[in-house]
Design a protein around this ligand. Structure first.
Ligand SMILES: *Cc1c(COP(=O)(O)O)cnc(C)c1O
Length: 380
């Protein structure tokens, strides 16, 4: 018998295992209830070992990690920073915190990430950006060979926003470890969570040490409270880091489950010509954080119809990120399109796309239900 209230099926909600509580309890027992402590140090070391990033600084959010990362790359007032346009606003808000100028770079259709050809054209128009922020959307690695080649030629550092792509690899190397600086997010909906948190990573120890200083109010090495620069309260708490350590032990399991969800949708919709799953990168291995679909132009089924039909059954889904170049708050900033004319790639994906329920706690029956509803719309 089905219970009368329909259980909600989620897009991507936290999945806890019990190991998290062990590390949190240890923090309580030893009274390390502070934005420093053994869980913080160990979470950094363990994440660095997992990703091969070199060094890591545990912070209060992915956004804080981007903010400090930009500061460490010297981004300041009046600087131009190139950033992926098809992303969440957290990728570019910190550029504006620093009174720098974002220039939005369109997506390309192969991976939905930064278009190398739009990036090339951005360099023609703005030859001296201070940094390039590259996002790996929904866990699919960007075309890093092409993007890094262009950035190296112009001697501009990359800040890799791997908030959504922890565990994804490109050429066998973890996303987040290609740029001079990388960042991860542990927000509640990401592939692993600390409830809220982030990590700034780099192969350069000095940058990560400086991130730790800046994130703890930038105290000088003196007994008294002395400050020679402006600091932030951006450090991760030892409690949250305990959750993160427990989660990291299960990241490989999460990756397997996310991949299975993607494969299941892909197979289930294979015979519906109007549906295409979000692209993967043949040079990489995605973490499949969210499984998304696009609907062929001209189909009588719209993304709103899919989202409404799912919501009617208490199933969460959502639109693709609305590109930053279409956001009222960023209307004043320039945008470099992938196409020479017509609609941008990002806007086209936004218009035709839906993020499908990708929660790793979804049962086979949940997945069948979602698939049945979507297929039903296209078979009418
Ligand atoms: C989630 C996310 C962030 C921000 O991370 P928070 O930890 O929520 O601050 C940044 N960039 C992208 C692409 C994200 O999806």
């Amino acid at each position: 018998m089905e219970s009368s209230a329909k259980k909600r099926i989620y897009l991507s909600s936290p999945t806890m295992h019990g190991d998290e509580q062990h590390f949190v309890a240890e923090a309580f027992d030893t009274n390390w209830v502070a934005p420093l402590g053994p869980n913080v140090n160990n979470f950094e070391t363990e994440l660095a070992a997992y990703t091969g990033c070199g060094y890591a600084a545990a912070l209060s959010s992915g956004t804080a990690a981007i903010h400090l990362g930009l500061k460490l790359l010297g981004v300041g007032e009046g600087d131009v920073v190139f950033v992926s346009s098809l992303t969440f606003s957290a990728s570019c808000n910190p550029i504006v915190y620093e009174k720098a100028t974002p220039v939005f770079i369109d997506a390309e259709p192969d991976t939905w990430n930064m278009s190398p050809q739009a990036l090339e054209r951005a360099f023609e128009k703005y030859p001296n950006p201070r940094a390039v922020v590259v996002v790996h959307l929904y866990g699919t690695p960007a075309k890093m060979d092409e993007i890094m080649h262009i950035c190296e030629r112009h001697k501009v550092p990359i800040l890799e926003d791997a908030a959504e792509s922890l565990g994804s690899t490109y050429d066998g190397k973890h996303t987040g470890t290609f740029g001079r600086i990388g960042i991860y997010s542990f927000n509640g909906n990401k592939i692993i969570t600390t409830s809220g948190g982030g990590m700034m990573v780099s192969g350069e120890e000095a940058l990560v040490k400086e991130a730790r200083v800046l994130s703890t109010q930038a105290r000088d090495a003196a007994r008294h409270y002395q400050h020679s620069k402006i600091g932030y309260n951006y450090r991760m708490s030892n409690i949250d880091a305990g959750i993160g350590r427990g989660q990291l032990m299960h990241l490989d399991g999460h990756l397997r489950l996310k991949k299975a969800i993607y494969k299941r949708y892909q197979e289930a919709f294979a015979d519906i010509a109007a549906i295409t799953m979000n692209p993967l990168n043949p040079k990489g291995d995605a973490n499949n954080w969210l499984s998304c679909m696009t609907i062929e132009q001209g189909s009588k089924v719209t993304p709103d119809m899919v989202m409404d039909a799912l919501e009617a059954e208490n199933i969460e889904s959502r639109p693709i990120w609305k590109p930053m170049n279409l956001q009222p708050v960023f209307a004043a900033y320039d945008f470099m399109s992938h196409n020479e004319s017509g609609i941008s790639v990002g806007e086209d994906i936004f218009n035709r796309g839906v993020c499908l329920p990708s929660d790793i706690k979804n049962t086979d029956a949940d997945m069948d239900k979602v698939i049945g509803i979507v297929r039903g719309l296209f078979q009418k």
